[in-house]
Write a protein that binds this ligand. Sequence first.
Ligand code: HEC
Ligand code: HEC
Ligand code: HEC
Length: 417
Amino acid sequence: MLNNHLRRAALAQALLLVPMLLVPAQGHAGSIDKAPMEAKDSAAKTPWQRDESWPDGKWDNYNTLANSVSPAIETPPAVSVPIEGDAAKGKELAFDRTRGGSCVACHVMGSDTPELPGNVGPDLSEIGKNRDDKYLFEYVYEPRKLNPGTVMPPWGTHKLFSVDEIKDIVAFLKTLKQPAVIKNKHDNPAQRAKPVEDRDNLDPIENQAMESMEKGAALFKKAGAKGKACNSCHAKPEQSFKKWAAGMPAYSKKLQKVIGVEEFITRHGRATTGDDYVMLGKENVALAIYLRHLANGTPIKVDVKGKEAKAAAERGKKLSEHKVGQLNFACIDCHQKAAEHWIRGQWLGGFRGQTPHFPTWRTSKSQIWDIRKRFEWCNVAIRANDLPPDASEYGDIELYVMSLNNGLKLNVPGIRH
Ligand code: HEC
Ligand code: HEC
Ligand code: HEC
């Protein structure tokens, strides 16, 4: 009797445990370390080299996400007033998009404003009516003196324009006294329709990243250098990884940093099949799409409660506020303070909703970008040196931004302009 009772209790307990064991790891920092991972080498190409189709500038005198070297806020040099500049030249400079996107990236400036101006800043079409020369010069040279929280670049302090060029720009600003008449609705940032992404991302004709996903599925079955394939050890990936990617990135105690799906693939591949799928390589991206796609529909649930994970997410938040590059932007300048505005012809989204679709097919580039490549571009575009894709700073930011997307469903591969 007693024996039977005990046996039944043990059985009941075992049955209770079974479902727990079947639930795949998700959202638990530390559990990632159960998987074998190569932990010594870089997961990226070494030495790291920026995408060769991108601007190759070296902005060593300005902050990156990994350092703080930008010049301190300057007191603008004294200038004699009234400022006698060349307004025609100033207009050219203000409209020249090769000069750091220049002013029209954020401001409408009268009826001659070139196509697709942004509206992160106020319409300056009548700025010449009621601002004095000294104020205008100082605002353009170093806006942080007058407004510490500004997102406007310090054009003088960061040597984007010389003192004489800024005087020319001021001369132009003084000519602006009439509200802008913009005939084409598309060129008016207040009227331009915000982009809606409604293409079917799982349609292989619309989304060329679907081809990569199939490549990932094939790679999963391909025997590697050590004779084993991924599916030698994971025979039913559709079942075992139904939720896994929705819990990524995660903090790894072994690596002492946050790793995403992509870095996991590199390190786990090296330790198991013997394949070396470096980050941003075609195979790496293909497997990342495949693994994330298996978790499509699963609500994102990354762990930011565990002690180390919480600290990492807090670092990520700080980093998202760190001003970088010659143009001096933090992530939050564009994706929080200026979110829901146009910067040039680009609509700035907020952090929530930005990550569930990565890796993403970019129709404007005919390339697939994973999340780290996106971060790198958001650095290079503002003249900040990018970091290698496996940089711990990107890991911290990915965890922080992904935590703001908790609850949204994975939808991979994405498709974006
Ligand atoms: C990234 C966006 C951005 C860019 C690029 C930018 N500005 Fe601004 N600007 C702003 C914002 C936002 C404000 C509103 C005040 C603030 O937050 O500093 C502003 C305010 C100003 C003001 C003060 C307006 C007032 O009513 O007092 C002037 C003048 C100005 N900008 C000139 C320029 C000029 C000239 C350029 C190009 C050399 C330029 N801005 C480029 C974002 C920008
Ligand atoms: C030699 C066996 C073996 C091979 C080959 C192998 N894995 Fe694993 N994998 C493991 C073990 C062991 C774990 C940890 C226990 C678990 O979660 O099943 C794991 C875990 C995982 C996880 C879940 C990680 C976590 O957080 O628990 C993923 C995803 C994964 N492997 C993908 C792959 C991919 C992709 C490949 C091919 C590049 C691969 N595996 C090849 C043994 C293997
Ligand atoms: C000067 C403005 C600017 C800064 C600063 C900036 N970004 Fe972006 N970012 C953009 C633009 C423009 C896009 C494309 C339009 C969009 O989706 O918002 C974009 C897109 C993204 C996307 C993809 C959105 C999607 O739905 O596909 C992510 C994620 C992102 N940025 C993260 C970051 C992070 C993290 C930082 C800081 C390291 C950063 N950005 C800094 C302008 C910026």
